[in-house]
Write a new protein. Structure first.
Lengths: 334, 334
């Protein structure tokens, strides 16, 4: 791991200057701040390094770095994490990676410079070096919702396989064979696991393997609009669509509505993530309930175990399926 | 190093005036602001005083304490604040008061113990002592969305009066006279301002003054369900309802749907706060667009001004009205 000496050497400044910049002192010039910051980024230097864990006193503050604070799944997870933390005598400071690896890296540096006892993170999947240095610096670390290969820390995630299976089995039972899939980014663990599950279970159930039925977004609304438009424009004729998260489901609904007011009812939507407003749409949207509350709560429990020196295990949280087809029939006159 | 006394002496103003100017208070004259700012620059005075600069070095980290992270208004505000902060070289650590004064107090203590350069807060309205002591400690402070009487810091908020007026005028134009109001908590500035505006504009427009049409919640979903149920159970017969925030609008929709599938279409809903999914409901919900993005962005701009020693002013952000009645007609067959 890079030391402060490496940073000073690369930046071409004295050790004292590097130290002042990295500890946030205002007694530094803009030029040396820029050079030291660039060198620290290039070397993936984590502020204060291993010495930090020796020096650090407990603050009872946890960090939580979520992927997208505007995604209701993560704001629910954050809320649950905070309640569990409070119950255990901790407070939680939140940061938002905004589905962006560079922003994730910036917040990892911010948390490294703050006084936190441990960090919960839903990793973007592309910044192994920095995550490794944080773990190696002795900062307690737990993954929530997402994981990355090659970093072995306790991970609290969803049973993506079970969730996709429940959705496809339900659609199959309702007679659907042409089922579109609006997936998440394959580089993110949840995107990749849901896609793999879709392909395997689709084949098990004998659903159409038409490749034009599959498109991918980035777990955000606008990408759901675009993915659904792409499927409709491809010439495929889906009778149903499974969207891999709640925000993309909103986008899918918009794309179907814009295509034709009637499409919203004709193509049946199923969502991975159940959102509050799904029962108010006509017809209501059935969904895989992805238990953000349990993930947030268990994530904090695991992190506090690590902080307080107890063993912590990874855990897959069960999903459940919310079938709103009866509500659709009841509300048909609305 | 220059003290605030030196600045006051050079500017020829009292210590109190110098302090008010340097902490971004609006209770100062343009003349004294110009003199104090010039004196501070001449003396190279570090914003917020010697005690602070000894105790705390710059970290380029801002704190943002929102009222409810699960409320889309605040997650949008947080997202915008973070983007603006990033543009200016800062990162943002978020905390969630969860509409709870005790939790707000806990997070004020957390932020006080962390290394932040300044704090944006949407105050709950009941913890003046702690907010005052944070301000008096020299921590740059800016209010967003909400304010509290008796603490004078720059405040970026919504034009609640204009928003309520646009909603009631629109409902009046569509022939509604029995308009229910599901308000927020009167102890919170936004709750109180929207209620006051409702009562005054209702009377101006000659809408029904039946007191049974009015109920209050706490800006969260479940309270919207309960408030709407209370109005319906009172014997009042509203043809429309104005809900004072987006989450309560969800609750209002649920209560109308549970009362009778048909009520959702019969009682016209208008929402203060426009949410992403309103266009997918049948009929679509028209709304006052409460510009969380502008509030978050201007809040960070004002806070950075205070941190960097420039004067910062309070600002009311304009609302706009999103009329979805045409979509309702177009989507009637969906």
């Amino acid at each position: 791991m890079a030391t402060i000496k490496d940073v000073a050497a690369l930046a071409g400044v004295s050790l004292g200057t590097a130290s002042r910049v990295l500890s946030g002192s205002s007694q530094t010039s803009p030029d040396s701040r820029a050079r030291v910051t660039a060198a620290a980024e290039q070397l993936n230097y984590i502020a204060n390094g291993p010495a930090r864990s020796l020096r650090r006193s407990r603050t009872d503050v946890l960090g939580l770095l979520v992927s997208d604070i505007r995604n209701p799944f993560f704001s629910e997870l954050a809320h649950a994490a905070e309640r569990e933390a409070q119950r255990r005598g901790y407070t939680v400071l939140l940061a938002n990676a905004d589905e962006d690896a560079a922003q994730e890296a910036a917040y990892l540096r911010t948390f490294a410079s703050q006084r936190i006892d441990g960090l919960l993170i839903a990793p973007q999947g592309s910044d192994l070096t920095q995550l490794r240095s944080m773990r190696d610096s002795g900062l307690p670390l737990v993954f929530v919702d997402r994981s990355v290969d090659g970093i072995d820390v306790p991970t609290i995630s969803t049973d993506n396989d079970e969730g996709v299976r429940s959705a496809l089995t339900w659609l199959h039972g309702r007679g659907h064979r042409e089922v579109a899939f609006v997936g998440g980014p394959p580089a993110v663990s949840t995107g990749s696991e849901r896609r793999t599950a879709f392909l395997r279970i689709r084949d098990e159930l004998g659903l159409s393997a038409d490749p034009r039925l599959i498109a991918h977004g980035d777990f955000r609304t606008e990408s759901g609009v675009e993915a659904m438009r792409a499927v409709l424009a491809s010439g495929a004729r889906p009778t149903a669509v499974l969207s891999a998260d709640g925000l993309m489901t909103l986008g899918v609904g918009r794309a179907l509505r814009e295509e034709s007011a009637r499409q919203l009812g004709v193509v049946e939507i199923v969502s991975f993530d159940d959102l509050d407003w799904f029962s108010l749409v006509s017809p209501p949207i059935s969904a895989v309930r992805n238990d953000a509350t349990a993930i947030g709560r268990l994530g904090v429990a695991a992190l506090v175990d690590v902080i307080e020196g107890r063993p912590a295990a990874s855990h897959r949280v069960a999903t459940s399926f919310v079938d709103r087809s009866a509500e659709a029939a009841a509300g048909a006159g609305a």
